[in-house]
Design a protein around this ligand. Structure first.
Ligand code: KIV
Length: 260
């Protein structure tokens, strides 16, 4: 899967599928099912390491898991998250992004908007593809006072739209929108030419991502409204992943019961 394929999907209206993976066995299985993108998310801090949040995840962790996931992939695009405090200056962002690319990622993702202008610019100048992440930003869980839907009032919705436009202008290739009202995600997706991948952001994003442990029912803690357990009604993991891919492609997931 190439970045140009994702942009072509947006233009043709074909929805993009993405799941997180943290090891080679899962990435091999997801890849064989035909998933478009595999994300080595820093959600590994929750589902692998058992942390309360993602703030304890290190670059060493991300490199280890990216190397493992890369070994299982033949076709999917591999995106790796930059962990908390790994992109505080432009030079630090470039050095750490390069380490993730060397580990096998084809694109790096980090959370935040225009405040990271210098980081976006240095990656663009060095031809490192970038995925942005707006809306709920789990690395800012303390500043955001918990895991809450973002962009509910006009001022914060406008800030998300402004940031999305700015990120597009800064050369970002793909944009994750997490936990925002479906109407706002639709507006953002229509306003920018790069693909949006939603999680808790309604069906009108250009694609959908879920944490694999959530959509397989492995994670038994508190589940946000947007999670659906695709293993229910399917007899194995391949069946669940195929059901997720099918539901995203035919736009039956997320329905209103999984959106804000
Ligand atoms: O870390 C992660 O898994 C993510 C997704 C929830 C988008 O960032």
């Amino acid at each position: 899967m190439k970045i140009s394929d994702l942009k072509a999907f947006k233009q043709s209206g074909e929805k993009i599928t993405c799941l997180t993976a943290y090891d080679a066995s899962f990435s091999r299985l997801f890849d064989a099912c035909g998933i478009d993108i595999i994300l080595v998310g820093d959600s590994l801090g929750n589902v692998i390491q058992g942390g309360e949040n993602t703030l304890g995840v290190t670059m060493k962790d991300m490199i280890y898991h990216t190397q493992s996931v890369a070994k299982g992939i033949q076709d999917a695009l591999l995106i790796a998250d930059m962990p908390y405090q790994s992109y505080e200056s432009a030079d630090q962002t470039l050095a750490n992004a390069q380490r993730l690319i060397d580990a096998g990622a084809q694109m790096v993702k980090f959370e935040g908007g225009q405040e990271h202008k210098d980081s976006f610019e240095i990656l663009q100048a060095n031809n490192i593809p970038v995925c942005g992440h707006l809306g709920l930003q789990p690395q800012s869980v303390i500043e955001m006072s918990g895991y809450k839907v973002q962009g509910k009032d006009e001022a914060s919705a406008n800030r998300i739209i402004d940031d999305a436009l700015a990120l597009e202008a800064l050369g970002v290739d793909v944009l994750v929108l997490e936990c925002v009202p479906a109407e706002l995600a639709k507006k953002v997706s229509q306003a920018i030419s790069i693909p949006t991948i939603g999680i808790g952001a309604g069906v009108d994003c250009d694609g959908q991502v879920l944490v694999s442990y959530d959509m397989l029912g492995i994670n038994t803690g508190h589940m946000p409204k947007f999670v659906k357990n695709f293993l229910k009604g399917n007899s194995d993991i391949q069946g669940a992943v195929n059901a997720f891919i099918g539901a995203v492609k035919n736009q039956t997931f997320p329905g209103d019961e999984h959106s804000y």
